[in-house]
Design a protein around this ligand. Structure first.
Ligand code: ADP
Ligand code: MG
Length: 247
């Protein structure tokens, strides 16, 4: 579904020298995967997710999604592409002055859905994330876990086939984290949505990911099936994350 091939990304720094944030990244995400990207802060995880989400473009290399090179999309194709992906962030990014229902309805209004269809879709989405009783509440009245459920419902509104999650549980306590991970797992299984999830917590990878990529300083040091990565632990950073004793 997603083919990342020899992707590099650099930013000009203050001294006009390039800051190499991603170096020669190649990996494949297949339909139905829950693909984890793990690494320490500054490893380049968010940058990679932004490239997949077409919020930024690689300096070199290609990203192909469903056979289409993202760099070749025209304006209309880009809009179509954005509709096939949903994004969830650590900080929820909800509209604080709007109700839960309005937040979830927002992408549907942008996509010019009919009012009656929006209402029924919002109802369905709030049921999916177990927040039907909070439709008229405002984000400030919700817990962190509930806010993230609203963000997930909003991300799924237009039936995306791909959900990009940037540290979705990093602001949550461990019990709430478990319930959000259960929800994402459920969405993957029941709706067939492919998920790419960034994390710095190995527990997230162990719990829901079938595959994982380990990033360190912009390099892809390890990637593949979580079971294989745990079994082999070829790299020091992987050992640090997974810990030999837990195998
Ligand atoms: P992670 O999500 O793994 O913590 P990021 O992808 O956010 O890492 O950032 C990786 C590195 O790239 C960091 O050193 C960060 O400062 C740098 N970086 C990210 N975006 C930009 C940008 N737009 N301009 C300059 N440097 C950036
Ligand atoms: Mg990040």
């Amino acid at each position: 579904m997603i083919e990342i091939s020899h992707v590099c990304k650099s930013f000009p720094d203050q001294k006009q020298q390039d800051l190499h944030v991603l170096r020669d990244i190649s990996l494949t995400v297949e339909q139905g995967d829950i693909y984890g990207i793990i690494g320490l802060s500054g490893a380049g995880k968010s940058t990679l997710l932004r490239l997949i989400g077409l919020l930024d473009t690689p300096t070199s290399g290609t990203i192909t999604v469903n056979g289409k090179n993202l760099a070749s999309l025209n304006a209309r194709e880009k809009i179509d592409y954005y509709r096939t992906i949903g994004t969830v962030f650590q900080g929820y990014n909800l509209l604080m002055q709007r109700t839960v229902a309005d937040n979830v309805a927002f992408p549907l209004k942008l996509s010019k859905w009919e009012k009656s269809k929006i209402d029924s879709r919002v109802k369905e989405l709030l049921e999916l994330v177990s927040l039907s009783d909070k439709a008229s509440a405002y984000p400030a009245q919700l817990s962190g876990g509930q806010k993230q459920r609203v963000a997930i419902a909003r991300a799924l509104a237009t039936h995306p086939q791909l959900l990009l999650c940037d540290e979705p549980t990093s602001a949550l306590d461990s019990l709430t984290t478990q319930s959000i991970l259960d929800l994402l797992s459920d969405i993957n299984r029941r709706l067939g949505v492919t998920i790419v999830i960034i994390t710095h917590e190995i527990g997230v990878v162990r719990k829901i990911c079938n595959k994982v990529a380990v990033l360190e300083g912009g390099h892809l040091v390890d990637n593949g099936l979580v079971s294989d990565i745990i079994a082999h632990q070829n790299h020091e950073i992987t050992r640090k994350f997974f810990g030999k004793e837990e195998v």
